[in-house]
Design a binder for this molecule. Structure first.
Ligand code: PEP
Length: 258
């Protein structure tokens, strides 16, 4: 299977930014000027803006995602939001194991796996984030880290459960730093991550799984990243908050994908 069989996905992670008014303005600007787009486009606003943004997207092909979820359905989990609640709020997808969740809020491969199980049970499209720190890269541990993260989160499923799952390779040193992985570094990491999926579930599933790149994606660098055969999309943070720039990212030009 070649890259052309994997439908590209561009996702915007708004993180903890903006008022309801900002969220509404941003998504209205995106929806208004989206134009024709063959691939999948997702926005992940903060929890408080999900329903407002979801309402505004009702007639748009842009889909709604949450930035995290809890693995239980309901109960005494103060501050948490369940997959059932995300579905109820109109979510199509959920980001899991973002490095900020791992670094600042204690997410581990084991909790990401539990969240993944719950996301799949609620028919949410999971975007599972993996990626090495600068120190890990500089000490030649990138591949070991990626192997541990892929296996830690994705082990223990029936292959058919994972047919919708998406991985986002987001080197921690590239997130919000303005330092992007080179297209070659991204391609190398994606091929490696795909190989880990193949080792768990076979080549068929691995070749069909979309792997996004995230980390300082901009209108200027998206084309060369998306030209890589194993880069199936982008998870975009800061640059997804500006409609003109994000629309340019959505409409990347990468004719050489094969
Ligand atoms: C992210 O938050 O997933 C991300 C990649 O952020 P940025 O694009 O700002 O580096």
């Amino acid at each position: 299977m070649t890259a052309s069989h994997r439908r590209p996905l561009i996702a915007g992670n708004w993180k903890m930014n903006g008022s309801l008014k900002d969220a509404a303005e941003l998504v209205q600007a995106l929806a208004k000027d989206l134009g024709s787009v063959g691939h999948e486009v997702i926005v992940a606003p903060p929890f408080t803006a999900l329903t407002v943004v979801g309402e505004l997207l009702k007639k748009s092909p842009i889909k709604l995602a949450a930035q995290d979820m809890h693995w239980e359905n309901a109960g005494a989990y103060t501050g948490e939001v369940s997959g059932a609640m995300l579905k109820d709020a109109g979510c199509h997808a959920v980001i899991l194991g973002h490095s900020e969740r791992r670094r600042l809020f204690g997410d581990t491969d084991a909790t990401v796996q539990r969240k993944l199980k719950a996301a799949l049970a609620h028919k949410l499209l999971p975007i599972v984030c993996i990626g090495e720190t600068l120190e890990e890269r500089e000490s030649q541990r990138t591949f070991k880290v990626l192997e541990t993260q892929v296996k830690g989160a994705l082990t223990g499923f029936a292959p058919s459960d994972l047919s919708s799952a998406v991985i986002a390779y987001e080197p921690v040193w590239a997130i919000g730093t303005g330092k992007t992985a080179t297209p070659e570094q991204a391609q190398e990491a994606h091929v490696f991550a795909r190989r880990q999926v193949a080792a768990l579930y076979g080549d068929g599933l691995a070749q069909g799984m979309r792997i996004l790149y995230g980390g300082s994606v901009t209108p200027e660098n998206v084309d060369s990243l998306m030209a890589q055969p194993d880069v199936d999309g982008a998870l975009v943070g800061g640059a997804s908050l500006k409609p003109i720039g994000f629309l340019r990212i959505i409409h990347y030009q990468a004719a050489v994908r094969s």
